[in-house]
Design a protein around this ligand. Structure first.
Ligand code: DQA
Length: 147
């Protein structure tokens, strides 16, 4: 069965109370529940993780090499700073989708730079919490060769 790893970076554990005017009021637990529902509908396995630590995210990306067919990553602010996360994604050769709740191209200039984007096959952003199930559908269709 196809297995997808969904990774969430720093501060995303505070979704629901963190800058709701930017990120909405849906919590990460709500998002995980939605993703599990979508994964069931798509008949895929899914693992959903969050860490505030760059090295932990890198270790999890390495895990994907053995156990997962695709990675969806919302790397939070590490998106804009972490060459190490970019290198980890490039090292494992697992198709990776970049995901953001907000539209990072319509915010501060420093958010326009994405190191994750340099190694991801696609980007979903600006759809808030709904972007997560959308990302699952997109990556499953990519892996099955349909898009
Ligand atoms: C984010 C956008 C990033 O710029 C920010 O640092 C985040 C969340 C998003 O989902 O919109 O932490 O990745």
């Amino acid at each position: 069965m196809t297995a997808i790893l969904i990774l969430n970076g720093p501060n995303l554990n505070l979704l629901g109370i963190r800058q709701p005017e930017v990120y909405g009021t849906t919590t990460l637990a709500d998002i995980e529940r939605d993703c599990r529902k979508t994964a069931r509908q798509l008949d895929v396995d899914m693992d959903f993780r969050q860490s505030n630590h760059e090295g932990v995210l890198i270790d999890w990306i390495h895990d994907a090499r053995q156990a997962f067919d695709g990675i969806i990553i919302n790397a939070g602010a590490y998106t804009h700073t972490s060459i190490a996360i970019m290198d980890a994604i490039a090292s494992v050769s697992v198709p990776t989708l970049e995901l953001h709740l907000s539209n990072i191209h319509e915010r501060e200039d420093f958010r326009r730079v994405s190191f994750v984007g340099k190694v991801a096959f696609d980007l979903i952003m600006g759809h808030g919490a709904k972007g997560y199930p959308m990302a699952l559908e997109r990556i499953v269709s990519h892996i099955s060769g349909k898009t």
